[in-house]
Ligand binder design. Structure first.
Ligand code: HEC
Length: 265
């Protein structure tokens, strides 16, 4: 949310600008203990990349994401679910981050069915927090490739919110074998026999976003604890000489084309 913050239930409440002198009426000073940014965090600016992180609760994050989906859709919901909480815990640069600018991630980027907004949003978060590609250490690239592979292999949606808008029994689970919105949504629509505009499809995507936010925070927490190891086995560019996915044959059948480098899959 651009202006408001969320409480545990994902409900909007009045803005509290810590340090800016604006406090919501009725908030006792004692309550602000946990919200006060540390001196160090206060000076963090957007150019101090990577950005500071404090461990978050995956369930709470997923619940916020589920609610946010109904406002700003998948990519933005994933980003907001993490950054809104970090804005409360840390302050800047999260307070100034225009998360809502990423609404365009919806529908695999404005309906074009390319990369699903959920992993795209998660990758924006991971790379702002973990930082640039550095050989040999877990970096933003590693977490991104793990997220893409996890998303492709997960029986989605994984996460069930406390108060689902649609009976979970009406939401089948599908494995996309792809991070593409078109394929992920298409396989689900086929399994459910329901159109894009159905309430069930919308709730499925809200829950896919929530599932991704949950997994992202699990990974970030492990990373913060120094326990994160990249698990992805993805290697299309290296192995095949072309950017792609791991399931060449699903699209190409038995006749996967060769690249001009002569590399054969
Ligand atoms: C999501 C579907 C999809 C996946 C997955 C996929 N491709 Fe493709 N690929 C296409 C389409 C569509 C084209 C363009 C049309 C065509 O040539 O078949 C293409 C084009 C290519 C080309 C360019 C040459 C040509 O004949 O068009 C190569 C090489 C290629 N793919 C190799 C691969 C390899 C290797 C993998 C696995 C690492 C892979 N593809 C995965 C859909 C896919």
């Amino acid at each position: 949310m651009a202006q408001d913050q969320l409480d545990e239930k994902g409900l909007s409440r009045r803005k509290i600008v810590v340090g800016g002198g604006v406090l919501a009426a009725g908030v006792a000073l004692g309550q602000l203990g946990g919200l006060m940014p540390s001196a160090e965090a206060k000076t963090a600016s957007a150019t101090d990349w990577p950005w500071p992180y404090e461990k978050l609760d995956p369930v709470k994050t997923a619940e916020i994401c589920y609610e946010e989906w109904y406002r700003v859709f998948c990519g933005c919901a994933v980003i907001n679910s993490v950054f809104m909480q970090l804005k409360e815990k840390i302050g800047e640069p999260y307070a100034s981050f225009p998360s809502d600018a990423f609404v365009f991630l919806e529908g695999g980027q404005v309906g074009w069915g390319t990369v699903c907004g959920s992993p795209a949003g998660a990758n924006i978060v991971a790379n702002l927090i973990i930082g640039p590609r550095i050989a040999g250490s877990p970096d933003g690239h590693h977490m991104s490739t793990d997220i893409m592979q996890w998303y492709s292999e997960a029986s989605m949606p994984v996460f069930t919110p406390k108060k689902p808008r649609i009976d979970p029994a009406k939401i089948p689970h599908t494995v996309s074998e792809s991070p593409l919105c078109h394929i992920s949504v298409g396989k689900w629509m086929k399994a459910a026999n329901l159109p894009l505009k159905s309430k069930e499809r919308k709730d499925r995507c809200a829950r896919v976003a929530a599932s991704t936010a949950y997994r992202l925070v699990e990974m970030l927490n492990d990373w913060k604890d120094g326990n994160y190891e990249s698990t992805s086995t993805f290697s299309a560019p290296k192995e095949h000489g072309i950017t792609g996915q791991f399931n060449c044959m699903e699209c190409h059948g038995d006749d996967v084309p060769e690249t001009p480098t002569g590399k054969k899959s």
